[in-house]
Write a protein that binds this ligand. Structure first.
Ligand code: CP
Length: 322
């Protein structure tokens, strides 16, 4: 793997390799809590043209735990605000000697453009491009599901037969897109729930079951995983969105719906959350919620991605005797 741009083209075996390598990273961290020397001498750039808390901090922590030098670049306060192009920014990073570039950008396709441009030799990791994809979020979500549902028997496994219901602003969600392709590759059954105005064009060609009613979806699917999405008002025309009270009543995971979930079901949210809108505080803070586990697992998953893309070493799971 040279770049990580999406999950739509990620093969099942490559996804499982990343998840198993993340298990190795998590085990090493738990055992030793010290830096691994794997990326010593390498430079990783966090190139963020959009705001982020979790993804940016998580990639920074992951790169540092692998002993890379990390440069944090934010469009705000940089020469991008003076009109500098992605090409000139990329060539500046090339001159600095970046080995890996983690890019978040408001334009769908920006990460792929950077990877195929020839402007830079570095491995490119997509940290969210417009409404297109957010592959490391989906990988950390799958890692969290595997651990919660399969426990110590996670290694080498996909998510075959697992029922995942994804709820909310599907239209604007790169998290939903990356999750559905990855979950499909791993063998899960994916259902999407949203008002018609928050479903994207082309959704009926995706390998999913569609619902407009959350109550119908929960009753019919008896899901193992309920993934709530943030309402992305910043990407939305007012006409798309039912009023907040109506949205919370019909599509929010409130305490009553939480109580109706099966005993084994988990509740996920990629963050940041709009508490009281798509998810109640009771649901967000319940023992079923994996919100903070997702953040913690994100570091191991991003360590695995950086290791596989930038180290030139083979992962532990591929090493054989002799
Ligand atoms: N889940 C996620 O991408 O969060 P941030 O926007 O805080 O990075």
């Amino acid at each position: 793997m040279r770049h990580l741009l999406d999950t739509r083209t990620l093969r099942r075996e490559d996804a499982i390799l990343i998840l198993d390598t993340a298990e190795d990273m998590a085990a090493t961290q738990q055992r030793e809590m010290k830096k691994l020397p794997t990326l010593r001498g390498k430079t990783v750039v966090n190139l963020f043209f959009e705001d982020s808390t979790r993804t940016r901090i998580s990639f920074e922590a992951a790169a540092k735990r692998l002993s890379a030098d990390v440069i944090n670049f934010s469009a705000k306060g940089s020469s991008v605000s003076k009109g500098e192009s992605l090409k000139d920014t990329a060539q500046t990073l090339q001159a600095i000697g970046a080995d890996g570039v983690i890019i978040r950008h408001p334009a769908s396709g920006a990460a792929a453009r950077l990877a195929s441009s020839g402007w830079i030799d570095a491995g490119v990791l997509n940290a969210g491009d417009g409404m297109h994809e957010h592959p490391t979020q989906a990988l950390l979500d799958a890692f969290t599901m595997r651990r919660r549902l399969h426990g110590d028997a996670s290694r080498g496994r996909g998510l075959d037969g697992v029922s995942v219901v994804i709820v909310g602003d599907i239209a604007h969600s790169r998290v939903a897109r990356s999750n559905l392709w990855l979950l499909h590759a791993l063998g899960a059954k994916v259902s999407l729930v949203a008002p018609e105005t928050l479903l994207p064009f082309g959704v009926r060609d995706w390998p999913v079951t569609l619902y407009h009613s959350l109550d119908d979806a929960l009753a019919a699917e008896q899901p193992d995983v309920v993934m709530m999405l943030r309402i992305q008002t910043e990407r939305m025309h007012a006409a798309f969105f039912p009023n907040e009270r109506e949205y919370a009543r019909n599509w929010g995971l409130d305490d009553a719906r939480l109580a109706r979930l099966s005993e084994r079901a988990i509740v996920m949210h990629p963050g940041p959350m709009n508490r009281g809108l798509e998810i109640s505080s009771g649901a967000a803070d319940s023992p079923r919620s994996t919100v903070l586990e997702q953040v913690a697992n994100g570091v191991s998953v991003r360590m695995a991605c950086l290791f596989l893309l930038l180290s030139g070493e083979r992962p532990q799971s591929e090493r054989t005797e002799g």
